[in-house]
Write a protein that binds this ligand. Structure first.
Ligand code: FES
Length: 580
């Protein structure tokens, strides 16, 4: 990319620091109050490090220390770092769900960048919602930014097998409920499986999203696959700090390189990874912040014919550490390069194609098969199926590569739960009228209804069916599912039941038909019957009367629109501080 470097006087931070007036006097005075010398901030780009570290965020436990490596890189490149803590969304700790706070983090990121004398930003995150939250905010602020992924945790072993977070927890839980695991083993598993800081080591939402963001051009090449506890991770942090300073002088802000083609590169990557269904929502939201309108049909069109190449749970059999040994994301991108727009520019200032070529000309890993070739994929079935029909007029999704082939076309009697509380109270009852062909339905799990669209969509298999050997059933909800989970789960039904979607109208005993190949999800009811039932339907009251969750329920869009707030899509130039 042809570069005309910025002059010092053109830096955004200089509007705060350079003028000879009383406001700027106060800005300089207060920085010196913190022990800084005038020379340390007067003639350097000011870099904000937005860090989502917290003591209650296990996946980011190392980011406080890694911020020091980022600062080292910034200082060595002639910039001045300032660390800015932001809301930390530890996926397993935050209730009711981190999804409700993704937009909060995006707003916080945007406003931190907008309100402070920042020339460029390093975004530190990785646990599921932190990646889209940070990037959505940075896209809206449109300042040069680079993403530093937290990196996946290390593998553990149990009974001679490599085990990791999420997918194995679910597998072991089903065996525990079925009575195949004793309590002492269950308790010992609790202290294992997540043996070091870092994000989930399956291809869950965390690794899916960081990889998508890398393919869109927002990280150094290969950054997202490096295990959190590898020394390369610290070096990547330092290199990212060094690079953001160059990006500021080059004015390499997102609006100069983020476009529809970079979004589509993210989608191709998502499919080849066998990534999390959650990525469909986040990718639409990220694209919207960059003024790229994106629909579920766009994702289905771009992703069509892209097989799953990453042999990583839950679609495959390995973990992220194995993916790294096989060459990590650069190796995967090399495998699908015929589907990518190679001329897209990245934070390096070079194109995605140039970055892939650099990887290919280096030493390729030998004998590691966690990344398969195009002619021998893990699955031809694809990472995302988009469904429509009279049960999901605006769309629903399923992950075929993590579902059971025999359930891809299925007709069964609905067993409907009105709420998660009702489901939890009844699902394991010995009297439950259910068999392996029943379609389990949960409503009230959508963006408004829950609220926040929690990961309830992997409805538990009733205990009596588990004991009989059943391990999968068709399950339907307007909720999401953890990217680490698997099963024939139809998710994100839109419009959701709380918004009056047809999901609100079905009853136990109705026949439901799923046909993934045909992209259909229907209830065998006439339009007249649905209209009759609609006359009796009443919208549930807003569950929260105050605060952020009230704002969320009033403003959030449906899953097919990315669950963003309408008033936050798009970006605009940062406000001139001299106005105030
Ligand atoms: Fe943080 Fe899975 S809980 S990435």
């Amino acid at each position: 990319m042809q570069q005309k470097l910025k002059q010092l006087s053109e830096l955004r931070s200089q509007r705060w620091l350079a003028p000879d007036d009383m406001r700027s006097f106060a800005h300089r005075q207060r920085l010196q109050q913190m022990g800084l010398r005038r020379e340390e901030f007067m003639s350097r780009p000011v870099i904000g490090i937005i860090n989502t570290w917290s003591d209650l965020s296990p996946c980011h436990a190392h980011l406080r220390e890694r911020a020091e490596a980022v600062k080292r890189g910034i200082l060595q490149a002639g910039g001045m770092p300032f660390e800015l803590p932001a809301m930390s969304l530890g996926e397993v700790m935050v209730k009711p769900t981190t999804m409700i706070y993704r937009n909060f983090l995006a707003m916080e990121t945007e406003e931190l960048l907008r309100s402070l004398p920042i020339d460029g930003a390093v975004l530190m995150g990785g646990c599921d919602k932190t990646t889209p939250g940070l990037l959505m905010g940075a896209l809206s602020a449109d300042l040069p930014c680079i993403f530093v992924p937290a990196g996946p945790m290390l593998n553990d072993r149990h009974r001679g097998q490599a085990v990791g977070a999420g997918t194995h927890t679910k597998k072991f839980w089903d065996e525990y409920v079925a009575g195949n695991i004793e309590q002492p083993e269950w308790i010992s598993l609790e202290a294992r499986m997540t043996r070091a800081p870092g994000t989930c080591n399956t291809m869950g939402t965390a690794s899916t999203m960081t990889s998508i963001v890398e393919a869109m051009g927002f990280t150094l090449p290969g950054a997202t696959s490096i295990p959190a506890m590898d020394a390369s991770h610290t070096r990547m942090c330092s290199s990212s700090g060094e690079r953001i300073v160059g990006m500021v002088w080059e004015d390499l802000k997102p609006s100069r390189f983020f476009n529809r083609k970079s979004v589509e590169n993210g989608i191709v990557t998502y499919m080849a990874l066998g990534g999390s269904t959650n990525a469909a929502i986040h990718t639409i939201a990220i694209a919207g912040r960059g003024n790229v309108p994106l629909t579920l049909d766009d994702i289905a069109r771009v992703g069509k014919n892209i097989p799953v190449l990453a042999d990583v749970f839950p679609s495959g059999k390995r973990l992220m550490e194995d993916f790294y040994y096989a060459g990590g994301l650069p190796a995967l991108l090399s495998g699908v390069k015929e589907f990518l727009s190679l001329d897209c520019v990245t934070v390096t200032g070079t194109t995605l194609g140039e970055n892939i070529a650099r990887f290919e000309s280096g030493q390729r890993p030998q004998g590691e098969d966690a990344i398969r070739p195009l002619n021998d994929p893990v699955s031809e079935r694809g990472a995302l199926g988009v469904l429509r029909g009279n049960l999901a007029p605006n769309g629903a999704v399923i992950k075929p590569s993590a579902a059971s082939p025999h359930l891809m076309k299925h007709r069964g009697r609905a067993l409907v739960f009105d709420s998660i509380a009702e489901m939890n109270a009844k699902i394991h009852s010995p009297d439950l009228d259910v068999d392996a062909d029943t379609v389990l339905v949960l409503r009230g799990g959508g963006p408004i209804g829950a609220p926040g669209m929690p990961e309830w969509g992997n409805l538990p298999i009733p205990k009596k069916l588990l004991a009989a050997g059943v391990r999968d059933m068709v399950r339907i909800s307007d909720a999401r599912m953890s990217g680490t989970h698997y099963g024939t789960c139809v998710l994100h039904v839109s419009p959701e039941s709380a918004a009056g979607g047809p999901l609100a109208l079905i009853r136990t005993g109705d026949m439901i038909e799923l046909d993934v190949e045909a992209g259909r999800l229907d209830v065998m009811l006439s339009d007249e019957e649905l209209a009759r039932r609609r006359e009796d339907w009443r919208a549930p009251p807003n569950p929260r009367k105050r605060g952020y969750i009230r704002l969320y329920v009033e403003q959030v869009s449906q899953a097919d629109k990315g669950c963003d707030f309408d008033f936050l899509t798009g970006f605009e130039e940062p406000v001139e501080p001299s106005i105030f």
